[in-house]
Write a protein that binds this ligand. Structure first.
Ligand code: DC
Length: 259
């Protein structure tokens, strides 16, 4: 992957200046980024950051404080009150808003419905950029999100785009939320699919940092994959990086890992 030192981008580290790789892991909702990314990072002794937690916690705080969800400057003003915390393994999977841990409160339908509107606001996105970039300092990290490879860390050593069909992602989300697989035709399952489709449309259609496959990303389609197979695919790509001791780069740009 051709990358060079690019001084001047605030908060971003020049490629050659760091040792351990920075991995951007993007993809749509319920593509498995958080679970797969955290498990792959744990296997490799890497840190892990779920950047969606910033947007979810901003949404939670906005709802608490009755900040209009389309008021970009007011949303950006919430950012100093947001903090990601790492566990002992270096996984930034806990989020605090105004000093209160809200990790358990941000994966609920109310936040799911509001978070796309909030994350569309350019002022909020700009305010969160240095917060995400500072986490990547030093490398040895997998950062999951929507725009990590395209905007937040365009010089990442490896960019992976984790994808799955809408039906498969809705099935996984349904399972997370307690809707059994055989209930795919139930009203709950249909609502889950419709909400995911709507969020896909907002995330991909927004003007600032839309969800896109970076031109130099490796696409992994996980329909039909077990969780272990998805983790194996991500781990293999990271291990193949020269910085990780591999013989080759992260695979041909835009390639798909076969099932
Ligand atoms: O990955 P997730 O479902 O927890 O993300 C929640 C929302 O946050 C999602 O609708 C889009 C937004 N998001 C974003 O815009 N950029 C990121 N880097 C991560 C998440």
């Amino acid at each position: 992957m051709a990358r060079g030192a690019r001084p001047g981008r605030d908060g971003e580290i020049a490629g050659e200046a760091r040792g351990a790789p920075v991995v951007a892991l993007d993809g749509p909702g319920s593509s498995g980024k958080s679970t797969v990314g955290a498990m792959a990072a744990a296997r490799l002794g890497f840190r892990f950051c779920d950047s969606g937690l910033f947007y979810r916690a901003a949404t939670w705080l906005a709802l608490q404080r009755r900040v209009p969800l389309d008021d970009g400057p007011a949303l950006a003003a919430l950012v100093p009150d947001l903090r990601l915390e790492a566990d002992e393994a270096g996984r930034y999977t806990r989020v605090l808003a105004a000093g209160r841990e809200v990790t358990g409160l941000v994966h609920v339908p109310e936040i799911d419905r509001a978070v796309s509107e909030v994350s569309r606001q350019p002022e909020l996105r700009t305010a969160l950029l240095p917060r995400q970039r500072e986490l990547a300092l030093g490398g040895g990290i997998v950062v999951a999100g929507r725009d990590i490879g395209t905007v937040v860390l365009p010089d990442a050593d490896l960019k992976i785009y984790l994808d799955a069909s809408l039906a498969e992602r809705a099935r996984r989300r349904g399972l997370e939320r307690g809707i059994a697989a055989h209930d795919a035709e139930s009203a709950d399952a249909r609502r889950t699919l419709d909400e995911l489709r709507a969020r896909d449309a907002t995330d991909s259609g927004r003007e600032t940092a839309p969800l896109r496959v970076a031109p130099d990303a490796v696409v992994i389609r996980t329909d039909g994959f077990t969780l272990e197979q998805a983790v194996d695919a991500v781990v293999a790509l990271i291990r193949a990086l020269p910085q990780a001791g591999g013989a080759a780069g992260g695979g041909p740009a835009g390639s798909s890992v076969p099932q």
